[in-house]
Design a protein around this ligand. Sequence first.
Ligand code: SF4
Ligand code: SF4
Length: 282
Amino acid sequence: MRIAVASGKGGTGKTTVCVNLAQVYGSHVQLLDCDVEEPNAHLFLKGAVRSQGTVTIPIPEVDQSLCDACGECSRFCQYHAIVSLKTAPLVFPELCHGCGGCALVCPRRAIRERDRRIGTIEVLEADSVTLVQGRLDVGVAMAPPLIRAVKTRVQPGTPAILDAAPGTSCPVVTALRGADFVVLVTEPTPFGLHDLKLAVKMVRQLGIPFGVVVNRMGIGDDRVQVFCVQEDISVLVEIPDDRRIAEAYSRGNLIVEALPEYRSLFEGLWEKTMGLRKVAEV
Ligand code: SF4
Ligand code: SF4
């Protein structure tokens, strides 16, 4: 079972939900930090590093002695990462997604591939939580391949929580694909509602069942709840705007440990999520 946690905008408490949800699960659970440009779950789950490695993608390299400048590779590449102007093509590695298509379409087999490092993956063990985190190298703008590499580390048979990047762009969609359920975290503010609407549209297009967590209840108005009622969206839990939660967060502490009275709230989130997922399966 894979539960993805996403939000239409940053700073809504997505990682807070992920790490506390993982902590209260009660047996072995995996947490995949797919926010590879800014992984931060490790700040709350202080575990020992079990393994680490680099992630690469294959980048084309043209053998000019074989190339006849036909331009097939350039026409194929959607990302303009290989460009032929009736000449042997130029490769722009920072634009290349490593799909391998240009090498496949080259009629003269003039394209070889070399590995380009894009980031790292670390696996940490923190009690019953296995944390897998991707970290994109500085200056690399190629999050989806690294997120896919993080997702390959999921151990079948063990529940997995995926912490997606904020927003509704490609890295988020990459993290959400294959999820059984999506938890959308938002705030009860006009900005929160605006970005929630975008996130709801994205998840509906992906066809994944979902529910909403409203964080910092009490800071704004009830428009998020009204929207959820109108759209027949389940509000899974509401986390109050409690200064002590912000203090625990700023110290890198888990809410469920610093403030045990909130444990039942996250346990309830598991129950509701599992319940809605089962309903969606029927
Ligand atoms: S590997 Fe894919 S993305 Fe990279 S240059 Fe070739 S076609 Fe373009
Ligand atoms: S497809 Fe092959 S032969 Fe044609 S321009 Fe590209 S590298 Fe050269």
